[in-house]
Design a protein around this ligand. Sequence first.
Ligand code: SF4
Length: 415
Amino acid sequence: MTILEEALKGNITKEMLHIAEIERVDVRKIMKKISRGEVVIMKRESFKPVGIGFPLRTKINVNFGTSSSAINLNEEFKKVEIAQKYGADTLSDLSMGGDIDAIRKRILEISSVPITTVPIYQAIIEADSVSNVSEDLIFKVIEKQIKDGISSIVIHTGFSLETLNKMKGKRIMKIVSKGGSLTASVMKSNEIENPFLQNFEHILEIIKEYDIVINLGNALRSGCIHDKVDEFQLSEIKTNNKLAKMANKAGLQVILESLGGHINAKDIIKWVKLHKKLTNNRPLFVSGPLPIDVATGHDHISAAIGGAFASGFGADYICAITPAEHLCLPSLDDIKNGLIACKIAAHVGDSMKFGLNHLFNDDLELSRNRFSKNWEKQFEYCIDPIEPEKRHPVNEEICNMCGSHCALSISKNIL
Ligand code: SF4
């Protein structure tokens, strides 16, 4: 039986017990949430499972992988190490360059968190052209990727040929999702319906044997704040929610990867709340969202601001955006900086979602040690314990920001 089928029968699995223990949530509550499709568990053989959905901590995904014009395998494998070192909950291998099968297998060997893939990427590379992508090839790629041991796949199911035709001439940024634009390109070049939408039931059959999580992609997310959340995004959200219900009925767990992209800051909370309502509180995965478009080169900061509010008001899972977003394949430093920014966003989001619960014990301990000027202990509780020490060696008591006029020392003496 799948995890969802076990939950529907009222059975508690080892994965549920693990999540309950690390998240400090009652295991029966987790089981009930899974049975309603509000929480999913991404599992990976021999490694710890990860739970996504309310009332669990906001989770973070890091993207990496080769492109057709940048194939540096050592660098991509180092990104896996860095992402795990700094606390990514899951990783997505988006490779489209080099030997994609070998890259995925190596990544599975060197990583210990759930891995997600986007099968349309490999299908297009194997077909050599979008017009040669067949349904059979898509099924084969999905099956071989799952057999290798991945924990989740992203498929872009939520739009039809009719939607694409209606979009013509509209929107500044058209389609900014890579998987979405590639799927749309397969459809338009062959004048066929969306192969993932048309064959959804068959894809469920392929997946069922392995019980991986299905991530329904947001192909039509807004790519700039002036494109706004429009009829196309709303129709995608509704279609994906219908498909999620079908998948749940078939015993499979679903995450909805929805909403921009890029959303005006004043609309983020409204749209996240609406999304949760329209989708029966299914786990919501967001990229960013970026609340402004002019932070290029610093989009990790913009995304962290948007991501904090999205997470605070309902998003369960955030994808790290790096400073290289919109510019180039991220470097190792970009991966680290994007992930740290995303961790800050998720932690701020969790403070809005839950208040100061056990997730904020580190903040409390850091403050106590900051006041007593125990620099070493203070840094241990930081999201990034390495960066602070570069600026303030732990054995130096005096901080030269205020020197002898240190507010902490003064207030310690007088209060
Ligand atoms: S010197 Fe100023 S900045 Fe440094 S610890 Fe004291 S109050 Fe804080």
